[in-house]
Design a protein around this ligand. Sequence first.
Ligand SMILES: Cc1cc2nc3c(=O)[nH]c(=O)nc-3n(C[C@H](O)[C@H](O)[C@H](O)COP(=O)(O)OP(=O)(O)OC[C@H]3O[C@@H](n4cnc5c(N)ncnc54)[C@H](O)[C@@H]3O)c2cc1C
Length: 420
Amino acid sequence: MKDIRALPDDDVIPVEQVDALIVGGGPAGLSAAATLKRAGVAKVVLVERQNETGGIPRHCGHSPFGMREFHRVLSGKRYAARLATEAISAGADIRLMHSVVGISEGPQALVATPEGLRRFEARKILIATGVRETTRAGRLASGSRPVGIFNTGALQDLVHLRGLRPFRRPVIIGTELVSMSAILTCLSAGARPAAIVEGGKRPVVRAPFNWLPALLQIPRHYEADILEILGRSAVEAIVLKNRRTGVITRIACDGVLFTGGFTPEASLARLSGVTIDGGSAGPEIDSFGRTSMAGVYAAGNVLRGVETAGRCWAEGRSVARVMADDWRNATISAKVAVETGGGVKLVVPQSVSIAPSPAFEYLQVRLDSWINGELVIEQGGYVIWKRRLSSGPERRILVPLKELEINDTGAPLRVTANKL
Ligand SMILES: Cc1cc2nc3c(=O)[nH]c(=O)nc-3n(C[C@H](O)[C@H](O)[C@H](O)COP(=O)(O)OP(=O)(O)OC[C@H]3O[C@@H](n4cnc5c(N)ncnc54)[C@H](O)[C@@H]3O)c2cc1C
């Protein structure tokens, strides 16, 4: 019997030649598509696996989006629609319900389309596949499996795209910026959070968590582990244990929202053989946005979890400019590797050029724990940059590349966060 999972022979898959193929129609992919077209690139195709472009913002009913791009505050939905309009009016060809299943040398991409498989032979490919939040399973939260347990993205989809109200008294797990979106989405759906729970000693982002929950009279539980989620068909309660005191608390609720804990949506890149960085869990790139596979670039949240839409949009635009420049044979100078030392979780990009970088003007650094001390960059045993710092995990730290006096010995840069 014929194995239906087997791929058809190469010669029966239709092939399409394009100049640039963009994978993912979120802010990074849409801004890259518009930029490439405006730079005069002839055939720019953007493929998106959903039936609509816009990425995450398309199901964010709340603001603020668009300040950097359009100098006004827009809701996520309006922002997503505006980005799509810009890309289409610039002349980009957008294909919906197209899911890229593999990228290989060439570069080329195998794409599952509503009409079947199609192979795209491209001069350049941009991976802009975004991030995903860690689910309950990923957080190993035990207990029963009632309905009413979501991530923020799924909740926003239910509330803003389907008009549903899945609960009235949920418990929110996490205090990242996206947890603020979770609170706003709950309020807009007529739900009032029963509590906010954080494993750390303090909120991951200072504002608004230092004032908003208090204003809304939402109890906060820090240093709390989830012991169990209770409920038969629907969620009835969550049980917490304080790490320091051992005190056990039961909170009655009808839903649990797991927020944040972002990881890059990098399985396409990984399975395609693109080198993945151990710290960021996204594709390793240089300061031009180039991955380890010739002709394949990456931008946006796939590089690290998680940045604002405006920053991802700007990254898509900058990397697209480099892609367009490459056609004009711009010379690309030597690369210096960037390594993470103690206290540092990730650095993006993972290698930099000695000449000014056209795509990434900053090293983006994230810490792996709270540090009150200094951030130090060394090359060949010499300190080439340092700055005082008081910061924690998931907070954005930017080091301007133009402030680094990088030498061309080939020695890597080492970024370390030291407690003082
Ligand atoms: C709940 C929530 C609320 C947020 N609120 C704000 C806010 O208020 N303001 C703000 O500035 N930022 C906010 N953000 C962050 C912002 O949404 C992201 O930074 C931004 O969407 C990242 O853009 P991106 O293009 O990198 O990725 P995404 O927006 O994630 O887009 C990636 C796209 O790639 C597609 N894709 C993935 N794999 C494939 C494949 N194999 N083939 C084809 N297509 C594929 C996906 O379907 C998706 O459409 C929020 C994020 C979340 C999760």
